[in-house]
Design a protein around this ligand. Structure first.
Ligand SMILES: Cc1ncc(COP(=O)(O)O)c(C=O)c1O
Length: 504
């Protein structure tokens, strides 16, 4: 019989004491609660590695629960590698935890470390190799508790059951043809959202490993060292890094609330550009939507200037107000647009599936490029994704997530207003899963990031190619705050901590 209603018990486990909270009114089985408490104790280090746990009878007696419950919990933790049972000698916290086994043990060398004589890369590296060796890789730092930094979608509401059912179906399929090299490198011609108005033949679609690979292929096919690539300013650091790593020179083009300022492209000093990279549905990071009139102006300019436009249609699915504007690729009549889409935000980032749509006269070159790079993207995931789309799960998921993200966006805006008042300016609230936030402060961007990080909050600075011109007319720093993977409660707490961290 369960005697306790709500218990916080201090269990002496030499050489320390462990507080275990069990609540028999919560509806959660006691076995599950005890499992979580012990696992948390192990992961947080309160139960040190190698520590001997009390015998099952003793712990059960102290907690007033059955011995079988404790035994079952110990057994599960042993089978998962958190505990070790030593025959006749009791149960101990494992000396190496399973979570560590999953993490790489090698630390990636930093660019700074490779400047030292022994770690220096050979001088025979290509200019691409030298660029990679001398610049830092993004994101090796451990995630803080409230991570606003990266464009992560929510994972909790992803319909994993449907996904696994389809994975299982294709995994069991008698044909198993996906285990062989496919006949085409472009992958399965799938999905081009009806709402995007892009009218293409299936062979024009090349399935890639996310926008990152699409941008990489486009650069390699078009840009020679020293040639210009135009970019919106501010911009997506991922594309900027790809262009720079391949020796392109960047030409910043300012944006305003209608998106990229096309008139700036028509100035006499604008150099001839190989590519112009734009994010018209939801300018990254300001969130501006490129107006229809500017879309037509931009296409006319590309034709006159003999330039290709790279349209990154990232985030077009999450729009909270206003009607969707057709993609540039859908308006283009001169075959000047290379269109990029991704499933990273609508599904999940590690899926690494996106698509590139190219004009018919470039299909062969791009398909060949994809083949040389990595043959093709994983087929099994593409088959699952095709069914997931055809059975309507993708649309349903997007509709559901739009509501959830809208709530989270509201929570972020309200928390920022409440905690920062007139010290904050929020831009780009109408779409996507992030906003651009400017804080009036005397601190530098790095100082804000450091102080926020110390308070458990992760932020990503906005990438400006030129000096920040917009803002308060006084000192300000700007960050991208992504709310996709945080609940409204986490958002409120994260912003409270941020406000305490950047008082000046
Ligand atoms: C503008 C932009 N495009 C695309 C992506 C997604 O890239 P990928 O498809 O490689 O995951 C991001 C991610 O943050 C982004 O900011």
């Amino acid at each position: 019989m369960q005697r306790s209603i709500f218990k916080i018990l201090i269990i002496p486990i030499e050489p320390m004491e462990l507080a275990i909270t069990l609540d028999s009114t919560s509806g959660e089985p006691l076995q599950r609660q005890l499992y979580s408490e012990l696992r948390r104790g192990i992961i947080t280090g309160r139960l040190a590695r190698g520590l001997r746990l009390p015998p099952t009878r003793e712990l059960a007696g102290n907690l007033g629960i059955s011995r079988t419950t404790v035994t079952l919990v110990y057994e599960s933790l042993v089978s998962e590698g958190y505990l070790e049972g030593r025959t006749g000698a009791g149960t101990y916290v494992a000396s190496c935890l399973p979570d560590e086994l999953l993490e790489p043990t090698i630390e990636l060398p930093t660019a700074a470390a490779s400047a030292s004589a022994e770690a220096a890369p050979p001088s025979t590296l290509s200019s691409f190799g030298r660029y990679l060796a001398s610049t830092e890789l993004l994101g090796p730092r451990k995630d803080p508790e409230f991570q606003f930094a990266f464009g992560r979608p929510d994972g909790e509401h992803f319909p994993m059951g449907q996904w696994l059912r389809l994975l299982n179906k294709h995994g069991k399929s008698a044909e198993l043809s996906y285990l062989e090299l496919p006949k085409r490198s472009q992958g399965h011609p799938l999905y081009l959202g009806r709402s995007r108005g892009v009218n293409v033949q299936p062979e024009q679609i090349i399935i890639v490993n996310g926008s990152q690979q699409a941008a990489d292929l486009v650069t390699r096919l078009f840009v020679e060292q020293g040639e210009y690539v135009g970019m919106e300013d501010p911009c997506w650091v991922g594309a900027k890094t790809i262009f720079e790593s391949q020796g392109a020179r960047l030409w910043p083009v300012p944006v305003d609330e209608e998106g990229i300022r096309v008139s700036e492209l028509c100035r006499p000093e604008t150099p001839s550009m190989k590519l112009l990279y734009v994010t018209p549905s939801h300018q990254f990071p300001t969130g501006a939507v490129l107006s229809l009139s500017r879309r037509f102006e931009l296409l006319a300019w590309a034709k006159r200037a003999n330039t290709y436009i790279v349209e990154d249609d990232y985030d077009s699915e999450f729009r909270y107000s206003g009607r969707p504007v057709p993609a540039l690729a859908g308006l283009d009549t001169s075959q000047r647009v290379l269109y990029i889409g991704t499933f990273s935000k609508v599904l999940f980032v590690s899926l690494r599936l996106g698509y590139l749509v190219v004009p018919p006269n470039l299909v062969h070159a791009f398909a060949h490029g994809k083949w040389l790079t990595d043959r093709h993207s994983p087929i099994l995931e593409q088959l699952v994704l095709a069914d997931f789309i055809n059975e309507g799960h993708l649309e349903r998921h997007i509709r559901r997530m739009r509501k959830i993200y809208e709530e989270r966006r509201e929570a972020l805006i309200q928390s920022l207003d409440a905690n920062f008042g007139n010290r904050v300016r929020i831009v780009g609230q109408n779409a996507g899963i992030h906003v651009l936030v400017e804080f009036a402060t005397n601190l530098s961007t790095d100082e804000v990031m450091e102080q926020a990080y110390a308070a458990g909050v992760g932020l990503l600075p906005a990438m400006h190619l030129q000096q920040l011109k917009v803002g308060f007319g006084r000192k300000a720093v700007s960050f991208i705050m992504c709310y996709g993977a945080l609940t409204p409660e986490q958002i409120a707490e994260g912003v409270r901590r941020l406000a305490r961290a950047i008082k000046q």
